[in-house]
Design a protein around this ligand. Structure first.
Ligand SMILES: [Zn+2]
Ligand SMILES: [Zn+2]
Length: 312
């Protein structure tokens, strides 16, 4: 197995692309972002590994973000490769171009719900316009379901649906190797709440998805190959740490709300994170909102008007 690192100027550092070869089969896990520079780099690195782009037979996508699937269409055009993605992210991959306006509108609604300042809403709108250039629709992509196994003869790949970071985020299990995309990362917790606004209750789903990995029978022997950063063995400590991190954040939010005054998601994010800039405002408020959704569902807070939350 080989790892190719594809830098990008927009998101959280370079993305990992994995190349697995078994006899005549050549599988890519994720592709990197859809810029001309990333495309040139991916082609160069694959050639250097003795597997030119045209020889790729399968592309597995961990989720619908541009820094992971951006070049999938270019790979298909060059190689005719089959592309697979979990069904809940499928529409946004297969119809990326067509859905651009609709998703922008969902983000606009979300940012209003979180009560972001108008200036930030305008800035983020401009950022989203640039995003339309970073990926292209992959109409030939095929949707997969949780637990489905792809049998390529030389290689069996099982998909585990691990929603949270996006609703169709998935890990691919190949023997004792688990390719986790952005669901499980070595050094920071992925954003939950702002990175997919097409569905609700993402924090609960994310926590459940982490526990799902903990419950795998061979968890202690798993090699984790994330979408960013280095690989490591045995995910248990890392998962425990992330679960604890979210518990602590919930506590901090409840603490802020303990004065019984109404707060918006943005106001709580300011209290938690201090001054935020550019897209960090969106990420911070979205993450707080995901926590508030859970606190509301569990009956700890009430909603007013409905963008304000108040402790019960
Ligand atoms: Zn992502
Ligand atoms: Zn990512």
């Amino acid at each position: 197995m080989d790892r190719i690192s594809i830098p990008n100027p927009y998101f959280e550092g370079a993305s990992n692309v994995y190349l697995l070869r078994e006899r005549s089969l050549a599988v890519l896990i994720d592709t990197g972002i859809g810029t001309p520079e990333a495309s040139a780099l991916l082609q160069k690195e694959l050639s250097a590994l003795g597997c030119p782009l045209r020889e790729i037979s399968v592309v597995l996508l961990t989720h619908k973000h541009m820094d992971h699937f951006g070049l999938a269409r270019a790979v298909v055009d060059a190689s005719g490769a089959e592309v697979y993605v979990h069904q809940d992210d499928w529409k946004d991959v297969a119809s990326y171009d067509e859905r651009h306006e609709e998703i922008s509108q969902l983000y606009l609604n979300a940012m209003r719900l979180w009560e972001l300042p108008q200036e930030i809403i305008l800035q983020m709108g401009a950022v989203r316009e640039r995003f339309s250039e970073l990926a292209r629709s992959v109409p030939s992509a095929k949707p997969l379901q949780d637990g489905e196994t792809l049998d390529f003869g030389a290689l069996q790949v099982r998909l585990l649906h691990t929603p949270g970071h996006t609703q169709g985020s998935a890990c691919f299990l190949i023997e004792n190797r688990l390719f986790t995309g952005d669901h499980l990362l070595p050094t920071y917790t992925p954003n939950v709440g702002a990175t997919d606004v097409t569905s609700g209750r993402m924090l609960k789903r994310f926590i459940d998805s982490l526990k799902k990995i903990l419950s795998l029978p061979n968890v202690a022997h798993l090699e984790i190959h994330p979408g960013h950063g280095p690989s490591w063995r045995d995910p248990r400590l890392r998962i425990e740490k992330i679960l604890k991190h979210h518990d602590e954040r919930t506590e901090k939010i409840l603490n802020i709300l303990s004065d019984k005054k109404p707060y918006t998601a943005f106001e709580i994010a300011q209290r938690l994170f201090g001054t935020m800039r550019e897209h960090h405002v969106l990420l911070g408020a979205g993450e707080v909102y995901a926590h508030l959704e859970e606190l509301y569902a569990e009956g700890h807070v009430e909603r007013l008007f409905p963008n304000f939350f108040q402790s019960r």
